[in-house]
Design a protein around this ligand. Structure first.
Ligand SMILES: Cc1cc2nc3c(=O)[nH]c(=O)nc-3n(C[C@H](O)[C@H](O)[C@H](O)COP(=O)(O)O)c2cc1C
Length: 327
């Protein structure tokens, strides 16, 4: 089975602009959209929610929902937008999501989850996959996880992405639920030992290429969220170290390639800050990254920012090299 590296779905982070931006750094990672609610696709502006600029990276759509027929309809509608996979969110712990019965709380309703996956599978030729946690509330044991995964597999899920910590649905905020419950990678390794022929992807807390290499010894893929959102150029290291790609753009080249996209998108009415906000961490860890961040927050993370400001910033980067552009 081919090993994969993917960027995690993150609400308010992995929108279409972030997906395009990240594709400029890495051609090999798989990219997941933020969770889009099935009902929003059915009733909302479909093109706005689902369209994205074509790139060579595989892109997966993540759906939220728990109504089998709505999820099936959302799959049908989304099928022709260029996604390679549709993933069902069974791991998000937010209160709002729980109220609507999406995300991690569905781990307590495996029969309903099975109905959802089965309806989704019948509605589209795209592979349906799941992203879940190792447990929820007081439920954290391997037998539960194994049986939950088996249920989703029997219903048609083709891949299992496991955030290796449980969700405490009543006690913790969404942010705390990303940090406080301890990571238990052994649950995921054991799952792979049990489901030898199935694709098991590990997620949670991965920050270095060494960690990625270690996980790849035990599972089929690694999904990374915050480490890439906060420092997108980490993807360049992944390209170099994991995919053995020697042809990696510098940070400045990434920005140069983003400019035509910015032009195209702003002409269509996109606000510049909706794109530029994703580049804040591009120079993370470099000398002068503060200058980059400050310039962006002063000039671009505002509603009336325009392309001239980006060009001005890039002129500065090209001429005076205010940030260290070394890799
Ligand atoms: C800002 C933010 C938004 C998130 N939104 C989603 C989401 O829409 N769907 C989802 O399945 N997980 C979501 N997650 C969880 C991530 O996909 C991932 O499981 C989690 O951050 C752990 O991976 P990491 O330690 O590499 O960040 C979100 C996480 C963050 C930080």
């Amino acid at each position: 089975m081919k090993k994969t590296i993917s960027v995690a779905p993150m609400m308010d982070c992995t929108d279409k602009h972030e997906i395009f931006f990240l594709s400029l750094i890495s051609k090999n990672v798989k990219l997941y959209t933020e969770m889009i609610v099935a009902n929003a696709i059915i009733r909302g502006n479909r093109d706005k929610l689902l369209s994205f600029k074509k790139i060579s990276n595989p892109v997966a759509l993540q759906l939220g929902g728990s109504n089998p027929s709505e999820l099936a309809e959302a799959c049908k509608i989304s099928e022709n937008y260029g996604y390679q996979e549709i993933n069902l969110n069974l791991g998000c712990p937010s209160k709002k999501v729980q109220k609507n019965k999406f995300g991690a709380c569905l781990m307590s309703e495996p029969d309903l989850v099975a109905k959802c996956i089965s309806a989704m599978t019948k509605a589209t030729h795209l592979p349906i996959t799941i992203k879940t946690r190792i447990g929820y509330n007081d439920v954290e044991n391997f037998n539960f996880l194994k049986s939950f995964i088996q249920t989703t597999k029997d219903a048609g899920s083709k891949k299992f992405i496991i955030h290796a910590r449980k969700a405490l649905l009543k006690k913790l905020s969404p942010k705390e639920n990303l940090n406080i419950p301890p990571l238990k990678y052994d649950f995921v390794y054991k799952l792979k030992d049990w489901f030898k022929n199935d694709e098991i992807i590990i997620n949670g807390g991965v920050k270095t290429t060494n960690e990625i290499k270690n996980h790849l010894e035990r599972v089929d893929g690694v999904m990374i969220g915050r480490a890439i959102y906060h420092s997108p150029y980490f993807l360049a290291e992944i390209e170099k170290e994991i995919f053995k790609n020697k042809n990696i753009p510098t940070r400045t080249e990434v920005m140069e390639k983003l400019i035509p996209y910015i032009q195209e998108q702003t002409e269509k009415g996109t606000q510049l800050n909706h794109i530029m906000r994703h580049t804040v961490g591009l120079f993370h860890g470099q000398n002068g990254s503060k200058i980059w961040k400050q310039y962006l927050s002063k000039n671009m993370c505002i509603r009336d920012a325009d392309l001239q400001k980006v060009n001005h910033l890039m002129d500065q980067v090209r001429k005076t090299n205010p940030v260290s552009l070394e890799r």
